[in-house]
Design a protein around this ligand. Structure first.
Ligand code: ATP
Ligand code: MG
Length: 447
């Protein structure tokens, strides 16, 4: 993409309403624009990152054997009356009447709708196990929407639902979600720690939240600092291997890590003092096992091997897709702007032409652009007439992890400069070497 043809409305001034760094940078980098309280338009740059994050979520869910689908945002109140949650859910549910005076709502979550799909179509244990998920906009009429996309009213969520014959199978589904979520966050350059949590209106006892540690987080958390040393890394995972998934759950949840709702002073005090931490965290996901809480009242039954009709065991599992953008920025930025991890960057590399209109510089930039594109990489080429300082400031603000700087002086010596956004270190090399190095950094990845 050439910047002169793109739509990147960066702001020079810091918007007064933004209280936390991710919100400030998302506004300043022209990623989002508030449409009304807690509701945002996703401008091209923000939309690009949102799609990258969404894509990683899809890939990891599909890898775990979960099946993508799409349910609507607007739902009929009838199903929610069946589960009993229409009255329970309270003020956060946006209730709407259609022209025939029927009660509708903008879905805050989808347990009812998915249970209805299941019961209409699945009758035998032979069709289990089954896990369906979608990535869809949700609406919760939060009393205090704030911090930009972190606590919106309209937000994008991945929510998945497992249907299993037995509790044991459903707990394996729970473990699969835990493992796939760990992989998902790690690919985004994030550490999200699973912490024992309370279940709220979804119901059930078995639940973990995934928290990214950050001073601006809204959750109060308590943990043993040794949990921050555990990584999933590159290990091979077989999602059908119950013992392996269970072992990973145990590895990640053996040490004390809880949100304030389930915090236990006595257990916390038992951690060696030097490892005891209380901190703030951003909730980027949550998994639940809730047994037959919905299947029983809503009649989601299957015939088991003995011919008995039994309610299925269910769980639901959510990732805050749009909130993740805020969480990534909270975890990865400096005083000049965002620093995107390579896994989610909107463009792989920026090209800065120090002297637009200079024949040699223009030719070299065009050549770099074509060579990078030929490798399946997407550069953002600043081909505007801005001065160099302003170009660097924009690149730093929008946070592309790599920048190639091209100027007449370097070209006279046959070199361009490759700079890491994270370390600030620059290296001079031939344009071909710069292309090869960027391609190597990204492996075979393409946007
Ligand atoms: P919170 O405690 O932050 O209100 P929640 O526990 O009510 O969240 P869940 O029902 O667990 O949320 O939803 C799954 C995920 O969706 C959460 O882990 C979070 O990342 C995201 N999420 C929830 N509410 C919002 C919101 N208002 N804005 C953006 N993301 C949200
Ligand atoms: Mg939650």
């Amino acid at each position: 993409m050439r910047l002169s043809r793109y739509f990147l409305p960066v702001l020079k001034e810091t918007p007064a309403e933004a209280q936390i760094v991710s919100h400030r940078y998302m506004l300043r980098a022209g990623m989002i624009k508030q449409a009304s309280a807690g509701i945002y338009s996703w401008l091209p740059l923000g939309y690009k990152v949102l799609r990258r994050v969404e894509q990683i979520v899809h890939e990891e869910q599909i890898r775990a054997g979960h099946i993508p689908m799409l349910m609507p945002t607007l739902q009929s109140a009838d199903l929610w009356r069946e589960s009993g949650r229409y009255d329970d859910y309270g003020e956060e549910m946006l209730r709407i009447k259609d022209r025939h005076d029927r009660d509708m709502l903008y879905g805050p979550t989808n347990e009812e709708l998915i249970t209805d799909i299941f019961r209409s179509n699945v009758t035998s244990y032979r069709d289990l196990p089954l896990t369906l998920y979608h990535i869809q906009w949700k609406f919760r009429d939060e009393i205090r929407p704030r911090f930009g996309v972190m606590r919106g009213r309209e937000f994008l969520m991945k929510d998945g639902y497992n249907f299993d014959l037995t509790k044991e199978d459903a707990l394996h589904a729970y473990n699969r979600h835990l493992v796939s979520y760990l992989r998902t966050y790690e690919r985004m350059g994030l550490q999200a720690i699973p912490m024992r949590a309370a279940s709220g209106p979804i119901g059930g006892d078995n639940t973990h939240e995934f928290l990214v540690l950050a001073e601006t987080g809204e959750s109060e958390v308590f943990y043993d600092s040794a949990v921050t040393d555990i990584r999933l890394g590159e290990r091979e995972i077989d999602y059908d291997d119950k013992a392996q998934c269970q072992a990973i759950l145990e590895e990640f949840t053996a040490l004390y890590a809880r949100t304030d709702e389930t915090h236990d002073e006595a257990a916390f005090a038992a951690i060696p003092e030097a490892r005891r931490r209380s901190a703030r965290g951003i909730e980027v996901g949550q998994i639940f096992y809730f047994g037959t809480k919905y299947s029983e009242p809503m009649g989601a039954m299957v015939t088991d091997a003995d011919g008995n009709r039994v309610p299925v065991h269910m769980g639901s599992h959510g990732i805050g897709v749009s909130r993740l953008l805020g969480a990534i920025i909270e975890a990865s930025h400096d005083e000049r702007g965002i620093i995107w991890p390579e896994g989610v960057t909107p463009f792989h590399v920026g090209i800065v032409n120090l002297k637009q209109g200079d024949g040699a510089a223009d030719v070299a930039c065009d050549g770099l652009y074509a060579a990078l594109a030929a490798r399946g990489l997407e550069p953002l080429y600043d081909d505007t007439a801005e001065r160099a300082g302003a170009k660097f400031a924009t690149m730093d603000l929008i946070g592309l992890p790599w920048r190639i700087t091209v100027g007449p002086r370097g070209l006279a010596n046959g070199v361009v400069e490759l700079t890491s956004r994270r370390t600030g270190e620059s290296e001079e090399m031939s344009p071909e070497a710069a292309v090869a190095k960027v391609a190597e950094i990204y492996g075979r990845s393409s946007l």
